[in-house]
Design a protein around this ligand. Sequence first.
Ligand code: IMP
Ligand code: MG
Length: 182
Amino acid sequence: MAGEGIIGKVLYSQEEIEARAKEVAAQIDKDYEGEDLILLCTLKGSVMWFADILKYMEHDCKIDFISASSYGSSTSSSGVVKIKFDPNINMYNNHVLVVEDIVDSGITLQYLMGKLEERGPKSVKVCTMLNKEARRTTDFHADYVGFEVDDLFIIGYGLDYDQRLRGLPYISYLEESDVEAL
Ligand code: IMP
Ligand code: MG
């Protein structure tokens, strides 16, 4: 646990997240039946959702990890995306499913999708735990969405506030008074 007691206002409990992950995993199994699939986890925020999806999928897929970032320690996108860690797994002629924590402006994923397409995969799709549609500044759309969220600053279940609180076993949001108390 990242701290004592509940931090922020809880949106989804671990049980709710896992139940939703089971539904999404079942849909992915159905959609990729009989196909080779690479599940690509975007570090670091997606680790928990990625593990849930992987665990609840029946499909035997390859996995790898990638890290792209357009964030400093601020709470909004800088608009400049950098790939900080890049896997050398061969994506050519494979289906790739990027597993993301949250889509906000969509800048990071739009950039990443372009980069992955250059590697000649059969397809590239995105499964995000959270979709913050209100903040979208691109025409990016995720193919699988765990939950829709309002324009809030979300933490927990992999998501951080300045690299903290990723270990919270629930999804919550921070208001200014919560930040002061951290
Ligand atoms: P985008 O490029 O604006 O879509 O930013 C996506 C990335 O910003 C996500 O993968 C997260 O790492 C981070 N992010 C966006 N919104 C939040 C939030 O509410 N809490 C924590 N991280 C966030
Ligand atoms: Mg991220």
